[in-house]
Design a protein around this ligand. Structure first.
Ligand SMILES: *[C@@H]1O[C@H](CO)[C@@H](O)[C@H](O)[C@H]1NC(C)=O
Ligand SMILES: *[C@@H]1O[C@H](CO)[C@@H](O)[C@H](O)[C@H]1NC(C)=O
Ligand SMILES: *[C@@H]1O[C@H](CO)[C@@H](O)[C@H](O)[C@H]1NC(C)=O
Ligand SMILES: *[C@@H]1O[C@H](CO)[C@@H](O)[C@H](O)[C@H]1NC(C)=O
Ligand SMILES: *[C@@H]1O[C@H](CO)[C@@H](O)[C@H](O)[C@H]1NC(C)=O
Length: 333
């Protein structure tokens, strides 16, 4: 309808223009001329305003279309994200199902001689997928049922993860009892528990520490021998035979007792667990502080109580991600 109106007005304009030329001779009365010009001007004004209106409408139509396309695009992206999430959930469930199937199969054929003690024994029983496993209670070994996270990929697999920092919502400024039995979530940030670490390292064990900084670079430190004492001996740390590219920043903590906020066993007049806000084998105080405070990018260089590893980033750089894991000495993938 609007296009027709414009066409009509246009035809009127051309009609009006032509007669004006035809009516150009000087004998034309002045009044007539001026009336014509006035009416022409009105028509032109009319036309301009209609054109403007049309333009505005077209523009808003176009905007609407663009908005619709953008909405569709966003819906599409949301759908995509949902699909990705579903896919990862699916693969995780798939992993769990596979693990459960294997576990059923194993328990049917299990004998007392091949007790499941850690992730390494699971690996030798052909559990090769990284994930959460339940270690069964074992009267003979004196171990309770325990949920663990097994790393079955890194450097041959068979690793039982004893500590992880990556999300940063779990506080590690905890007391003796909590460090004794463990805390956090096995798929997120956690400390497995000093009693469990003691039991796991009664067999000669290797400790592997993996670190990641906020630039995404990774380093590791491995100790060919690692063990902690029992609670009576304050979970004293013993390690030997460092290798890796992160620096030997746990050596300083060798032969020291474990300390927490409510149990000061460090070799210092300062109360290191309070100063460094974690539970650790504090000496006087740290050359590393893997159970320190999680600081996010931007805040990670401002404090000395962060998740530090002096041998790599010094005392004022809090790392983005840490994993500590153990497996028996001489483990063969
Ligand atoms: C167009 O001009 C007529 C007079 O010729 C007037 O009555 C009408 O209101 C005008 N319309 C617009 C949209 O300006
Ligand atoms: C350290 O490594 C050496 C050489 O492999 C080995 O002889 C020694 O027993 C290791 N030390 C410990 C405490 O395992
Ligand atoms: C470590 O703990 C043991 C017993 O729990 C104690 O005898 C020893 O003196 C402690 N060492 C230090 C340095 O505090
Ligand atoms: C830790 O101390 C013991 C002695 O108690 C020593 O044999 C071992 O080499 C030390 N470990 C490191 C990494 O220096
Ligand atoms: C670390 O930070 C402290 C203050 O928080 C400062 O005194 C010290 O010089 C810093 N050290 C380095 C190596 O940047």
């Amino acid at each position: 309808v609007q296009v027709q109106t414009v066409a009509l007005l246009l035809s009127r304009v051309t009609w009006a223009q032509n007669p004006r030329k035809r009516l150009a001779p000087p004998k034309t009365p002045k009044a007539q001329c001026c009336d014509e010009v006035r009416s022409l001007k009105v028509q032109v004004a009319n036309l301009t305003s209609i054109l403007e209106e049309l333009g505005r409408k077209q523009e808003s139509d176009l905007m609407n279309v663009v908005r619709q396309i953008m909405e569709l695009d966003q819906q599409n992206r949301q759908q995509e994200a949902r699909v990705t999430e579903a896919e990862s959930k699916y693969s995780e469930i798939n992993n769990r199902v596979e693990i459960m199937q294997l576990q059923t199969l194993q328990s049917a054929t299990q004998t007392s001689s091949d007790a499941t003690y850690d992730c390494a024994s699971l690996f030798t029983k052909s559990y090769k997928i990284s994930g959460e496993y339940k270690l069964p209670k074992d009267e003979f070994l004196g171990t309770p049922e325990l949920s663990v996270f097994c790393d079955m990929e890194t450097n041959g697999g068979g690793w039982t993860v004893i500590q992880r920092r990556k999300i940063g919502l779990t506080s590690f400024h905890r007391d003796w009892k909590q460090y004794k039995s463990g805390f956090g979530s096995i798929r997120g940030d956690f400390w497995l528990g000093n009693d469990h670490i003691f039991r796991l390292t009664r067999q000669p064990s290797v400790l592997r520490i993996e670190l990641e900084d906020w630039e995404g670079e990774t380093r590791y430190a491995e100790y060919g021998f690692f063990t902690v004492s029992n609670e009576l001996n304050s979970y004293k740390l013993f390690l030997a035979n460092y290798s890796g590219n992160a620096g030997d920043s746990l050596r300083y903590h060798n032969n020291t007792n474990f300390s927490t906020i409510n149990k000061d066993n460090d070799k210092c007049v300062d109360h290191c667990a309070s100063l460094r806000k974690g539970g650790y084998w504090y000496n006087c105080c740290t050359d590393s502080n893997l159970n320190g405070v999680f600081y996010r990018y931007g805040e990670h260089t401002k404090s000395t109580d962060g998740i530090t590893w002096y041998g790599w980033h010094g005392p004022n750089y809090s790392l983005k991600r840490v994993e500590m894991k153990v497996r028996p000495v001489g483990f063969q993938p």
